[in-house]
Write a protein that binds this ligand. Sequence first.
Ligand code: ADP
Length: 413
Amino acid sequence: MNFLSAKHSVHIEICLKPTENRIEALEKLLDAPVREYIALANVPLGQSLKIDETIIAKNSTLEDLRLVECILVECEAKRSGELLTETDLQNLILHFFSPQRRVMELETFDIETGDGADGDAVPASSHWLLPSSSFLHLWENLIYEEGLKEKLVKFALSALTFSQHNVNPHIISCNRLLLLHGPPGTGKTSLCKALAQKLAIRVRRTYRHTHLIEINSHSLFSKWFSESGKLVMRLFAKIREIVMDPHNLVCVLIDEVESMAYARDCMSGQEPKDAMRVVNALLTQLDAIKEHPNVLILATSNLADTIDLAFLDRADIKQFIGLPNVAAIKCIYEKMLEEMMRIGIINEQSLKETDRHEGLLTALAERSIGLSGRALRKLPFLAHAVHTASSDFDMNRKIELSDFLDAMLAALE
Ligand code: ADP
């Protein structure tokens, strides 16, 4: 199976509403209506959009599209926001999916590292069946320089194609290990999750189920206690069970992988030997699991310099994820403001309507250089508080866009 498609292929991801019907049946039923709709509706690329009801109302053949939650159109050769041309319509590849809404049973995965009293302890591992409703729209809302996300998808699909074809590892090296590194808060973990979700949607015909298993190395090693060794073994026994079924694709996400190396180098205190054993066991287990063709390892790191070399060497791609540039910041702000309009906190108004808005937004973006995506995402909330403090509080009154942009600037200061 070759998962890669030509550069001008147009991928249509169709997210279905929950129904009793099997996805295969819906795929047959909706193929023609989706193609007809795409030709009629001028759907802009890169945005997940609901079906336009007015188009359904005018075309009785599109009635079944009421089963669709939203549609995302993507084409590698085009920028987001662009429209499709007549020729593009000849190259549509449809991917239907129905997001999993249930939370996976965590019993065997729930390696509690907290001491119980710690309210915000991060669990050491989590498990999702993909595509999951938890990660809907995550991909579109992660903004990087043009082509970066697409490059990662292509890498992952190439790696899976190689392993599907049983490439001889002594001739061609491909470890199916991808490392994202860069400053904290730049969306590395989110990008790994969004990538796994994208793969789940794109490879559905080959892998019936895609699992995402997140191992949070930091919480695994920071709050040390002697049970961890056993728990790591149990975790991997469970992963192995899932991997054994060739219909499963298993993405293992290792967050903050540097904490493993750190744990090895800097161990002091009570049980260094024990700790060392667990890190070594984890690396060995990872190596073993990686031998299976249906496993993809995604790792993130805030400090690539300190990662265990043994681990670093195996990565096929080491991608640096930096702080967002002005264009990305502007795009993130635009999406946040649109969301504030959608929920009715800001008065509905086009951002491009007046030069003043455009100017304020640009000034805001320029002053935000150096902030991480995580910091940017907090600004609307802070701005709202600033605005509330400076006006009579009325929960139902919508804020004017220009007032809110001013408040964002003030909050930034
Ligand atoms: P990291 O793993 O790099 O520390 P996270 O994945 O935890 O970062 O991201 C933190 C938050 O910041 C997420 O909510 C994410 O959506 C947001 N974020 C970070 N970078 C970006 C970006 N480039 N575009 C959009 N959102 C971003």
